[in-house]
Design a protein around this ligand. Structure first.
Ligand code: FAD
Length: 402
């Protein structure tokens, strides 16, 4: 009977292992995760869980017992240390296990501030794991002044939680605007204003020089312009790197992640990858997506292919972010856009990204309908004229039929 090992018990790993079983794989499935918890959802870490509005049990993708019931051997708190792709073995703790097929779902590694600028001081927190967020609960409880380093989605969501909890909140972003890497200036403007209305002091074009500690704990931050802030703790959200170390050490090709073909195969025979850690071909380019929908959809296609299907993964990128009472929903990828059309409705608004006359992506703020129709248009390869989108009276659904 064949044995499939899945390395990384997160969103993609749990989806992949579960799908293998529902597809009828009868051999062993071993799902190995370094974290002590069974697979859980990460989005609430910077939203409801951080706010204290979501109990731990609801974070888990399913109860731990469900894995055994499905015949999946879940090993938590176990790090895979090496892989031998020639002999088809892995080592985990001091054990060597053979595999017939192997999948990487190792996710991402959070980028940390170097110790030379105080990145290792106490009360400097990151937002990647349950342990990270649990560690900051005490600091949140005490209140005071928090410095958020990084104005991407995670930094902004953490800042929103801090402001909602009544903390004095300062957010610095080294680029000239928040969300610069992922969104248009119009979307940055929207969220800058939103945070301003909640009292968050957003400073753009402002790097961090160093964090200064007393008795090993951060107490001050020196910013790039030399100004000093007295702070009680810091939350750092400066991005992630795909977790490729293990794959690289095994000689597996990596290029902005573990390189796969359109079906999820890596350069090593019988070895596959899905989720945050995998880069794959997409419309003539190679991309990597960091989102829950991608982790699930890609993992499920890879499971099918591991069992003999031959299906290309056709990504349909979408993402969301919650800040205060605003739900941002994003469909498509805006890479290469040259126009942004704003569409304002009585409730909610949306920003539509075009390259020439081609619709690429939509950012919808409290506009679920705009998001849904935008997503369907993008997936159908249909692009309404830009003037039609700008007019709030236009029924955009009509363009789906066109
Ligand atoms: P992960 O969920 O990171 O799982 C990988 C697992 O592999 C980890 O548990 C890791 O410990 C383990 N691992 C790595 N190496 C080894 C090894 N050698 N041995 C054993 N185990 C190993 N996405 C959205 O779509 N919407 C959101 O609103 C959103 N918000 C987010 C908020 C936060 C705070 C974070 C951190 C992420 C958010 N994301 C969001 C992104 C989303 O959570 C990720 O894209 C998704 O979790 C990726 O799933 P994955 O399984 O690829 O990786």
């Amino acid at each position: 009977m064949s044995r499939i090992i899945v390395i990384g018990a997160g969103q993609a790993g749990a989806s992949l292992a579960g799908k293998l079983r529902t597809l009828g794989h009868e051999g062993e499935i071993i799902l190995i995760g370094e974290e002590p918890a069974p697979p859980y959802q990460r989005p609430p870490l910077s939203k409801k869980y951080l706010l204290g509005e979501m109990p731990l049990e609801r974070m888990y993708l399913k109860p731990e017992s469900a894995y055994a019931e499905a015949g999946i051997e879940l090993r938590t708190g176990a790090r895979v240390d090496s892989i031998d792709t020639q002999h088809k073995t892995i080592t985990v703790a001091s054990e060597t296990l053979g595999y017939d097929a192997l999948a990487f779902t190792t996710g991402s590694v959070v980028r940390k501030l170097p110790p030379a600028i105080g990145g290792d001081l106490g009360n400097v927190f990151y937002v990647r794991t349950l342990a990270d967020v649990d560690a900051m609960a005490e600091a949140f409880g005490k209140g005071g002044h928090v410095l958020v380093v990084g104005g991407g989605y995670i930094g902004l969501e953490a800042a929103a939680v801090a402001a909602m909890k009544g903390l004095k909140t300062t957010l610095i972003e080294a680029a000239d605007r928040i969300l610069k890497r992922v969104a248009a200036p119009e979307t940055s403007d929207y969220f800058r204003k939103l945070h301003g209305a909640h009292g968050v002091d957003i400073r753009e074009g402002m790097g961090l020089k160093t964090l200064i500690g007393e008795n090993g704990h951060v107490t001050r931050a020196e910013l790039a312009d030399g100004s000093l802030l007295d702070i009680d703790f810091a939350i750092v959200g400066v991005g992630i790197e795909p977790a490729t170390e293990l794959a690289e050490a095994a000689g597996i090709s990596c290029e902005n992640g573990i390189k796969t073909d359109a079906q999820g195969r890596t350069s090593a025979e019988g070895v596959w990858a899905a989720g945050d850690c995998a880069s794959f071909p997409y419309r003539g380019a190679r991309i990597r997506l960091e989102s829950v929908p991608n982790a699930i959809d890609q993992a499920e296609i890879v499971a099918e292919n591991m069992l003999g299907a031959s299906k290309d993964y056709l990504a349909k990128p979408w993402f969301w972010s919650d800040q205060y009472d605003v739900k941002l929903q994003i469909a498509g990828l805006n890479t290469g856009y040259d126009h942004v059309i704003e569409r304002h409705l009585p409730k909610g608004s949306s920003h539509w990204y075009y390259k020439g006359s081609e619709l690429l992506a939509v950012d919808a703020m409290n506009d679920a309908r705009g998001y849904m129709v935008g997503k369907r248009l993008i997936e159908a390869g249909k692009s309404p004229p830009r003037e039609a989108v700008a007019n709030p009276e236009t029924d955009l659904k009509a363009f789906l039929k066109a």
